[in-house]
Design a binder for this molecule. Structure first.
Ligand SMILES: Nc1ncnc2c1ncn2[C@@H]1O[C@H](COP(=O)(O)OP(=O)(O)O)[C@@H](O)[C@H]1O
Ligand SMILES: [Mg+2]
Length: 290
């Protein structure tokens, strides 16, 4: 049985905390609005009538027992799953039937519960793959159509490549993984692979970053590091964060507001304090065995 200590006030994974930075941080308008989302797989109701919003610059956590529908919710937001009902808006614009690439181009990036990195490739190449989204397309085609423009094209393509490399190098410095930039990702310890996955998502320069259990399988020190990086991304780049996390200590520490899911339904929504005191939430956690 996996137990979550609801009385834990954040001793584990303490990284300064949202509470500490709350004064300095300016939470803005609603950036992501999830309305009445229902998602079924055959007879399985993964999500039932879920609504919540995410405000600009906040750290919004989604918690709940295994199978509650948390990953499915992120998959609906980033276009991997198409919910049967409901709508999702980004900056007031409702999107339907968008694939993950379109959602990513709109400014929503994502890390995965099970890492989606190219294990044989180096750290820097994995980060460059996140950057692909920002590479201007059609330049090559243009060069062929206008052969005399070929040289000019070569110059600008090289320049663009250099800019992307510089951008990726900045992320590598930011995440303190300089020592591993040429290392194949598959040979790195798990905690570092998670950090590279965060880097790949950051390379997309997202406005909203969706993180699916970024600290799963980590030891305490790795959790503290990851918490700090998430808060730094939030503070320094102003990136809005939606975070699925199991460790209640971490959630209490770094999130501004929390959505609680259980069996595909929303059973709580509020500040970490409010959610922690919610009877139904306590029951869902204490009554569930995994
Ligand atoms: N692609 C899928 N096909 C069938 N069932 C799925 C699929 N994805 C998720 N589910 C089901 O939806 C429910 C919620 O799963 P999930 O969103 O992964 O939960 P969580 O991330 O909270 O652990 C589970 O019952 C799971 O088996
Ligand atoms: Mg999940």
């Amino acid at each position: 049985m996996r137990q979550i200590d609801m009385d834990q006030t954040g001793e584990s994974g303490s990284a300064g905390g949202a509470a500490a930075s709350a004064g300095a941080k300016k939470i803005g308008e609603v950036i992501l609005d999830v309305k009445n989302i229902s998602l079924r797989f055959g007879g399985v109701k993964a999500l039932t009538d879920i609504s919540f919003d995410v405000r600009e610059h906040e750290v919004r956590a989604i918690i709940g027992p295994n199978g509650a529908g948390k990953s499915s919710m992120l998959n609906c937001i980033n276009g991997v799953y198409q919910p049967q009902e409901g709508s999702i808006s980004f900056r007031g614009q409702t999107f339907r039937h968008m694939n993950s690439r379109q959602v990513a181009e709109m400014g929503i990036a994502r890390t995965f519960q099970n890492l989606a990195l190219f294990k044989g490739m180096s750290v820097i190449d994995n980060l460059m793959s996140g950057r692909n989204l920002r590479v201007k397309s059609g330049l090559l085609a243009q060069a062929f159509r206008h052969p005399f423009a070929g040289l000019k094209w070569l110059g600008s393509a090289q320049q663009e490549e250099e800019q992307h490399r510089a951008f990726v190098e900045n992320i590598i410095d930011f995440l303190e993984i300089q020592a591993y930039r040429k290392t194949p990702v598959g040979t790195l310890p798990y905690g570092l692979q998670k950090r590279v996955d965060l880097g790949r998502a950051l390379a997309m320069q997202p406005q909203v970053l969706l993180l699916d259990e970024p600290m799963a399988g980590m030891n305490l020190e790795e959790k503290q590091d990851m918490s700090r990086f998430i808060l730094d991304v939030n503070d320094e780049f102003g990136t809005t964060i939606v975070l699925i996390e199991h460790d209640m200590g971490v959630v209490m520490d770094i999130s501004d507001r929390v959505v609680v899911l259980d069996y595909g339904k929303k059973i709580g929504d509020g500040t970490p304090e409010e959610v922690r005191g919610n009877e139904e939430v306590i029951r869902a956690y204490l009554g569930t065995s995994h």
